[in-house]
Write a protein that binds this ligand. Structure first.
Ligand SMILES: Cc1cc2nc3c(=O)[nH]c(=O)nc-3n(C[C@H](O)[C@H](O)[C@H](O)COP(=O)(O)OP(=O)(O)OC[C@H]3O[C@@H](n4cnc5c(N)ncnc54)[C@H](O)[C@@H]3O)c2cc1C
Length: 296
């Protein structure tokens, strides 16, 4: 196995163009497991750790541009206000050691349906910036996941950054696992209220071949909130609306039975998480007094 160590981004793109089978390594918390267990024996390993810009982030007016290799710990420490859903999801990843090394770029590269960043990215609204010697592409995150552990990257492309919409309202992330830490999600759910556009977005993890949004549930909820004037009057969401939303989120799942849980359990648990997180975020929205003026 040859080890490539590009000193900068352009060099990395050139190396990837020359060796499209080269496997990039950022934190290595997925790649090294695969190599150690002999699940993967790449011809070339390409270390991205000398490329400082991949570990930088920038907070703009509407979006955060998060370098692909920014570790979860930094997101938890510095981006809690702008990206509350992703910060909550970051808290649940592995252990402190894994959070110090693991990155959102690596989560996207691995594209596991159980990756914790995905529900948060889907619900916040995000685009993945990818680049090759041929040019730059911005891929909406919902189009990035193409199958189980498959993504939209071409063989010569690398992930440079993720552009994530800054929170304009409360966000939540919820994960079911067999214990509190060091656990891959049995299933997970992310929700983000967007009072600026009067919409709610969702993200489901580990309950379908790819992470996905529950679009029918979102459409139902958005229409119900609009019709009832909820964004303006800040009323409590009725149990029947919450239940229908949860049922529709459940219905969006397409899970499998595996060692971590059954399909039936996953569908059920995702529905419960949807109802609870909707309640939490809506309560936060009401109590923050972001009704009327905040939604204007
Ligand atoms: C003990 C343990 C516990 C874990 N717990 C969790 C958990 O709770 N939740 C969770 O979601 N994950 C968990 N993981 C998995 C892993 O930590 C995450 O997926 C993490 O986000 C991977 O980031 P990384 O930087 O280490 O990626 P790496 O291992 O370096 O790379 C992962 C994949 O992405 C590709 N890649 C990396 N950077 C780029 C780039 N810039 N462009 C293109 N491709 C790229 C790599 O080639 C590889 O295919 C755990 C892993 C371990 C070992």
């Amino acid at each position: 196995m040859d080890f490539l160590r590009p000193a900068g981004w352009e060099e990395a793109l050139a190396a990837k163009a020359e060796h499209p089978t080269a496997v990039p390594i950022a934190g290595g918390t997925d790649v090294m497991v695969e190599i150690n267990f002999d699940h993967r024996r790449p011809e070339y390993l390409m270390d991205l750790n000398r490329i400082g810009e991949l570990r930088e982030w920038a907070v703009g007016d509407e979006h955060v541009r998060l370098g692909a290799s920014v570790p979860y710990t930094q997101i938890m420490e510095h981006l809690r206000t702008e990206l509350p859903g992703l910060a909550l999801a970051s808290h649940t990843v592995g252990s402190p050691q894994i959070r110090n090394r693991g990155s959102v770029g690596g989560n996207l590269g691995a594209a596991s349906p159980a990756g914790d960043a995905h529900p948060a990215l889907l619900s916040a609204g995000a685009e993945v910036e990818v680049e090759s010697v041929r040019g730059v592409r911005r891929i909406p995150v919902e189009e990035f996941y193409t199958g189980v552990k498959r993504n939209a990257l071409a063989p010569d492309e690398l992930i440079k950054a993720v552009h994530i919409k800054k929170a304009s309202g409360p966000q939540q992330f919820s994960k079911v696992g067999t214990r509190n830490a060091m656990v891959i999600a049995v299933c997970a759910f992310g929700i983000a209220l967007h009072p600026d556009s009067r919409t709610v977005k969702t993200g489901i993890g580990s309950a379908a071949p790819t992470p996905l949004r529950a679009r029918v549930a979102e459409d139902f909820l958005n229409a119900a909130l609009e019709e009832g004037g909820f964004w303006d009057n800040g009323k409590v969401i009725t149990p029947s609306i919450a239940k229908q939303f949860a049922d529709l989120v459940s219905g969006a799942c397409n899970p499998i039975d595996d060692v971590r849980g059954t399909a039936k359990y996953r569908r059920h648990a995702v529905g419960i998480m949807a109802r609870r997180t909707l309640g939490w975020t809506w309560e936060q929205y009401r109590s923050a007094g972001t009704t009327l003026e905040g939604a204007a």
